[in-house]
Ligand binder design. Structure first.
Ligand code: ADP
Length: 258
């Protein structure tokens, strides 16, 4: 299969893929991210935890260029995403895929078309190439028999697995996951998390994940970043953060959610 441009030169495993330098984001007088510095190495799975409102989703939205920072720089695979000319932003943006809380599938398209649309229109894949890849991905998320279904005919968990396949169809270097199980009925959560565990194990994609599923975070993360009021107040391996946190706020947060 032809490799789309976005992953033509994947960074060496372990090289820095995402970097935030001194990033500040305000909404009016509310400083949501406060001179934030952090980086994510290629191929790693990093989970952002912390109280509601601490700025985790804002980080993902900045990477998706749905928001712009007020100050600072954001770099992806060595190229600046902000500040940068529009053309560069579009190119860098292709390296990033995101799965949202609310699936956001196109309701008027079949499952297959939901997955092939962007690879055809944005990456320029032929319809056949895009469909072959979409079928592989649907197989991977356990929905090979749902190609022709409409999103409304699927359960929330199935829709979210389609959304994961759709994000991966763009062959991003990094997958952003924003509380992807929060909108699901409890019995559907495990199926989606199993698919993500499988992707974390079997691919070299970098993952940046906001989740309240602490067991999942413990399983897949190489590194956990604990946020409070727009800053990273503690970071480390899941063993360190979940078993032996140093910061009082981390301890308080974990005792409330675990
Ligand atoms: P988290 O993901 O940690 O719950 P968010 O990044 O969603 O936190 O939000 C951080 C803060 O930014 C919250 O106080 C939220 O109300 C505020 N916020 C987020 N998006 C907007 C927006 N579009 N307009 C105004 N305030 C926003």
């Amino acid at each position: 299969m032809k490799e789309p441009d976005a992953s033509a030169n994947p960074p060496v495993d372990g090289a820095e893929l995402i970097r935030f330098d001194n990033v500040t984001k305000r909404f009016g007088s509310n400083t949501v991210l406060d001179r934030l510095d952090f980086s994510v190495a290629s191929g790693k799975h990093v989970t952002l935890i912390g109280p509601s409102g601490s700025g985790k989703t804002t980080i993902l939205r900045l990477l998706m260029t749905l928001l712009k920072p007020d100050e600072g720089t954001i770099t992806v695979a060595g190229e600046q995403l902000f500040p940068a000319p529009e053309k560069q932003v579009r190119e860098v943006r292709k390296k990033i895929g995101m799965v949202f809380q609310q699936f956001n599938l196109f309701p008027n398209m079949t499952v297959l078309r939901n997955i092939t649309e962007a690879p055809v229109t944005v990456l320029g894949l032929s319809k056949d190439e895009a469909e072959a890849r979409a079928r592989e991905l649907l197989d991977m998320v356990g929905l090979a028999d749902k190609c022709d279904a409409r999103p409304t005919q699927l359960s929330g968990g199935q829709q979210q697995r389609v959304a994961i396949a759709r994000a991966l169809a763009m062959r991003p270097q990094v997958l952003l996951l924003d509380e992807v199980t929060s909108a699901l009925d409890p019995e559907l959560v495990a199926g989606v998390l199993d698919v993500l565990r499988d992707i974390a194990r079997s691919t070299d994609i970098t993952m940046l994940c906001v989740t309240h599923e602490m067991n999942f975070a413990r399983d897949i993360s190489d590194q956990v970043l604990m946020f409070d009021s727009g800053r990273v107040i503690e970071s480390g391996s899941p063993e360190k953060i979940f078993n032996d946190p140093e910061n009082d706020r981390t301890r308080e947060f974990l005792s409330a959610v675990l």
